[in-house]
Design a protein around this ligand. Structure first.
Ligand code: SF4
Length: 361
């Protein structure tokens, strides 16, 4: 791993980028990339070379909508056991968060995987709903679990999403002039390189799939800069040590057996066509939205406003940096988060706060 943190090589790549004399705005869509970029100060280094990098809609907790959170809160208050990742507990729904529901006596359990959630259902016999979030990275585990016929008292609230449709939505809105996208290595390990190709063609946009070490990110920036210099717009794979052109066929098969794409809102986005993974009808008994439709009532599909003053919608579209939100650091902190970008460890506000709370950078 340490070969990917080699300072001498890093300086060499940065000198190459500096020699190109570029003026670029790039986006990435991954909390792990953001962590690497901020932790190692790559954004500061690169800004001096004319490269600005923004995080887009790449944090699964952050893009999950208030409506979906509210559905989980409603089910918790109606006596279901909610199993979810720790980050989800403090994201506000319309009538409070899951942690609020827990403090009122609801059963809300933190799990580390869907396997833990299934074991919880088996052990307790309780009606257990797993809040399934994440992109193509985590969806295969959900699909494989459901194909394995978990117990009847188990279901999922599927908040899983396909990443490429959100990229297309972002580009079609045209709010931010982007010169390239650094694509996430883990999602790409599953979907391969092809789903990005049409975006490069349609929007004349260089894209580079990158790993998560500092040198991976620097190389991705260099490769995008090289494309822009030669007026090319293609998909390149910096993370070839893991990502194959065809992706992970077994995982893709499992996903397509279990899920079908439906139009869906993302936090900060209008409805994104074909972007949410809905369970196919054969798996309806595991679909919490279908199974508890009556109890969820009007919550399904309801529109809720974002927390007052929260800039997460603009952060997620790459329009502002966390520090440009007036609430950052004062009214909103990891201890008292207002929006999901401050709650999640993958959220750009949380990452900025953790690494450089008091810095003036
Ligand atoms: S600082 Fe808080 S309120 Fe502002 S965008 Fe970030 S999470 Fe939302």
């Amino acid at each position: 791993m340490f070969q990917f943190r080699d300072r001498v090589v890093a300086e060499k790549i940065i000198r190459r980028i500096a020699g190109m004399n570029v003026d670029l705005t790039l986006m990435h869509v991954c909390g792990t990339h953001q962590d690497t970029i901020v932790r190692y100060g790559l954004d500061v280094l690169l800004r001096k070379q004319g490269v600005r990098i923004r995080q887009g809609p790449g944090c699964p907790v952050c893009v999950t909508t208030t409506t979906e959170i509210e559905e989980a809160v409603v089910l918790a208050r109606r006596g279901k056991t909610i199993a979810t990742y720790g980050d989800m507990l403090r994201v506000p729904g319309a009538s409070g968060s899951l942690i609020d529901a827990r403090s009122e006596g609801a059963k809300v359990k933190v799990v580390y995987s869907i396997t833990d959630a299934v074991k919880l259902a088996e052990r307790t016999g309780d009606e257990t709903v797993f809040v399934a979030i994440g992109f193509e990275t985590t969806a295969p585990a959900t699909a494989i679990t459901l194909l394995g016929k978990p117990p009847e008292n188990f279901s999922i609230l599927s908040c899983h999403r396909y990443l490429p449709p959100a990229l297309e939505s972002l580009l079609s809105m045209g709010e931010l002039k982007l010169d390239g996208i650094i694509e996430p290595g883990h999602v790409s390990t599953i979907i391969g390189t092809k789903p990005y190709e049409r975006l490069s063609v349609k929007y004349m946009l260089p894209q580079v799939i990158a790993g998560f070490e500092p040198l991976d990110v620097l190389m991705a920036v260099y490769m995008i800069a090289r494309q822009t210099q030669s007026s090319r717009a293609i998909v390149e794979n910096e993370y070839a040590r893991t990502v194959r052109e065809e992706g992970n066929l077994k995982a893709l098969r499992a996903m397509s057996e279990v899920f079908r794409p439906i139009d869906s809102k993302w936090r900060g986005f209008p409805v994104v066509p074909g972007s949410r993974m809905k369970l196919r009808s054969e798996f309806a008994s595991y679909d919490a939205e279908e199974r508890f439709r009556e109890e969820l009532g009007a919550t399904i599909g309801a529109e809720f406003s974002e927390p007052s003053g929260c800039g997460c919608d603009r952060v997620l579209r790459g329009l502002i940096e966390p520090r440009e939100c007036p609430l950052f650091g004062e009214a909103c902190s990891p201890e008292r988060p207002v929006g999901p970008c401050m709650v999640s460890l993958e959220g750009s506000c949380n990452i900025e706060y953790r690494y450089r709370r008091s810095s003036q950078i």
